[in-house]
Every structure is written in C-alpha cells, then in structure tokens.
Design a protein around this ligand. Structure first.
Ligand SMILES: NC(=O)c1ccc[n+]([C@@H]2O[C@H](COP(=O)([O-])OP(=O)(O)OC[C@H]3O[C@@H](n4cnc5c(N)ncnc54)[C@H](O)[C@@H]3O)[C@@H](O)[C@H]2O)c1
Length: 337
C-alpha cells in the first residue's frame, strides 16, 4: 500500500515507518522537524529512513497548506497515519500556543486536505491524557473525556471531535488511538524513561513528582507499533441504522476510538528501580510535589484493541527497559535540553 505518515521523524513515526517498510509498503513521511527537542535525534532517525527503498520525506509544517497538499498529491496515499503533533504534557504549561498551531490548525489542515481524495483509512494519534483524573479505572474508550487538565489534552480532544465531524461529512473512515506513555529505543528525550536513563548514567539527580506516588501504563514501542499496524485493516463502519453494540464506534460516522496501552500500570519507583538494575547504578532522587496538570495514574482498558485485532501488548518493564538501556548505551548520551 501507499501510506502517508505525518511525524515520520518523531519517535513513534520513525518506528512505524520502519515497520511499514519492512512489510513492503511504500511510505511517504511528512515532518516539520520542529525544535521541540534535539533536532539531531530527528536527523538520525530521518537518515535511517531515507536510506531505505520505498521511503521519502516531505519536510514541511502541517500549517503550510500548500506544502501539505503537494505532499499528499505526490503520495496519493491509500492510508494516512497522522502522528505529527506538539506532544508533551509539561511543555503545554510553558508554551500552550504551540499546541493550538500544530495540533488544532495542523490537524484541521490535514482533514481538509483529505476531503479532496479520501484515503481508505485515516488513523490518528490521540492520548491517554484525555482521561484526566477520571475515577473510572481502567480507562475505557467510551467514558467521559470532557474535562482535560492541560492544553495538550484539550488540543487532542479537539482533534478527535474535528475528525469525527469530517468523518461524518466526507465519509473518511477514521480511527483515533489513545496512547499510554510509550517508551523504547529512539525515544523522546523530554519523557521520563529516557530522561531518567540519561541522568542516572551521568550521576545527575532525577526529579520524581508526587514523591513517586504515580502509576503509569508504560507501553513498549514495538507493542504500540504492532497494535497500529493491525488496526490499519480494522476500518470503522457504522451500521446503516446506527445500531452498534460497540460504544467506541460512532453511530453516525465511520469513526472509532481505540486505546493502545500495556494494560498493566507500574509504580514509577519500580520503573526507576528497573533502570537502576539494568544500568547497575543508583539514581540520585529529587522528590517533588505533584506538578500542575499531571495525573496520579494511567491505566488502559485494552479489550477493544484485543477484540478488533486479536492482539494484546505484552512487553513487560524488565524487557522494555532492557532494550531501552541497550540502545542508549550503543547510541551514547543525549544532548543537553
Ligand atoms: N510518546 C508518547 O508516549 C505519546 C503518548 C500519547 C500520545 N502521543 C502522540 O503520538 C504522536 C507521536 O508522538 P511522539 O512521541 O512520536 O512525538 P515526537 O515529538 O517524537 O514526534 C512528533 C513529530 O511531529 C513533528 N511535528 C510536530 N508538529 C508538527 C507540525 N505542526 N507539522 C509537521 N510536523 C510536526 C515533529 O518534528 C516530530 O518529529 C503525537 O501525536 C503525540 O501527541 C505520544
């Protein structure tokens, strides 16, 4: 298939593109190579992709409608996987405007551009942050998500509801997946897993919020990629009379929301201990209160993913942290933020 992947030089986009190329697809990547974190890391991912047959990268921002239209016209995609976004919960307190531009305007531009030539399936990244401090645990797709705690979560909610409207109006089958703290090789240097590895290895203190009383549904990158790839062929289609026994499937649009998480939250302190064990070094711990906008627990209900795809993420923290640290040691320290 011809597949268009936005955010291709990002952490998740890079892994998805590699897997799609391994599977024999033709992949057009699209990425603005933003300076949110070390652009050198994006350049390394990009170089690895550009060395592969069947891949080309369009370097532009989603906000640039003409560049986006030209890239889509050249790619003629059958499937679009939309991962480009201003990510990060904490950074959204510092620079909320970046989230409006990349996530809301950027996603709107993509949705509008796809009206011209709708793909067979649009798959797009949303986030577990939408569940906020919900007491309904584990988080299930059809529960209430109208009380976001940050502009990041609010902007992602906006992308979901815009995509629902466009799916209804222009018959674009759309799946929005909600990811849960993804980690692994080539990860994001602004996120705790890689930040902790880098700091512990260098003997720098690590900041631990809410005094470590947090649980996260850490999801290993290969599991996430497997879930996404399997969902490509699960094209949402509402019944003609709107009747459905699946509450995450819209009754009025070819639109569905799916969690992709490990489904097994881990205490933050246990995650840190696993890094210490693998590195053979103790962390210098700097305990801090809860940060604004943060949540004490994330926990994915993965039944829908399993029912649709027959797949359930299974990589545990020992294996996942092991692969992250092995990659880190081969790759070398991160550039200072
Ligand atoms: N990593 C996680 O744990 C996690 C969790 C929940 C949701 N997500 C979502 O998954 C997606 C991918 O996340 P990631 O961790 O790979 O992040 P990332 O920052 O590594 O990748 C995003 C990529 O998009 C590009 N980009 C950003 N804004 C752009 C714009 N306006 N136009 C063009 N390109 C732009 C960046 O240059 C970057 O390469 C994002 O939508 C993110 O919100 C990630």
């Amino acid at each position: 298939m011809r597949i268009f992947v936005t955010g291709a030089a990002g952490f998740i986009g890079f892994h998805i593109c590699r897997r799609l190329l391994d599977d024999g697809h033709v992949v057009d990547g699209f990425d603005g190579l933003t300076p949110f974190y070390d652009q050198g890391l994006k350049a390394e991912r990009r170089a690895r992709l550009e060395g592969r047959n069947g891949f080309r990268l369009h370097v532009a921002m989603l906000e640039d409608e003409a560049a986006l239209a030209a890239a889509l016209a050249a790619a003629k995609p059958e499937v679009v996987i939309h991962l480009a976004a201003q990510a990060g919960v904490r950074y959204s307190l510092e620079n909320p405007r970046a989230y409006l531009a990349s996530n809301i305007v950027g996603t709107f531009n993509l949705l509008e551009a796809l009206r011209e030539a709708p793909p067979r399936h649009l798959l797009m990244a949303s986030t577990s942050s939408l569940y906020g401090v919900s007491r309904h645990i584990p988080f299930v797709e059809h529960q209430h998500t109208d009380q976001p705690l940050t502009l990041y979560a609010a902007s992602k909610k906006a992308t979901e509801v815009m995509a629902h409207a466009q799916a209804h109006l222009w018959s674009i089958p759309t799946t929005a997946f909600r990811f849960f703290t993804v980690y692994g090789p080539w990860g994001r240097p602004d996120m705790a897993p890689l930040k902790f590895v880098d700091a512990i290895e260098a003997g720098r203190p690590i900041d631990i919020y809410n005094n470590g009383e947090m649980r996260r549904d850490f999801t290993y990158i290969d599991d996430l990629v497997e879930g996404i790839v399997r969902l490509i062929d699960c094209i949402p289609q509402p019944a003609p009379d709107g009747a459905t026994d699946e509450p995450a499937l819209s009754p009025v649009a070819p639109f569905r929301v799916v969690n992709i998480g490990r489904g097994e939250p881990v205490n933050l302190l246990d995650f840190i201990e696993e890094i210490e064990r693998k590195l053979g070094k103790r962390a210098v711990r700097n305990y801090l209160p809860m940060q604004k906008g943060d949540v004490p627990v994330t926990f994915a209900d993965c039944h829908l993913l399993e029912r649709l795809t027959g797949y359930r993420p299974s990589t545990g923290v020992r294996e996942g942290v092991g692969a992250l640290v092995d990659w880190y040691r081969a790759h070398g320290p991160l550039k200072p933020a």
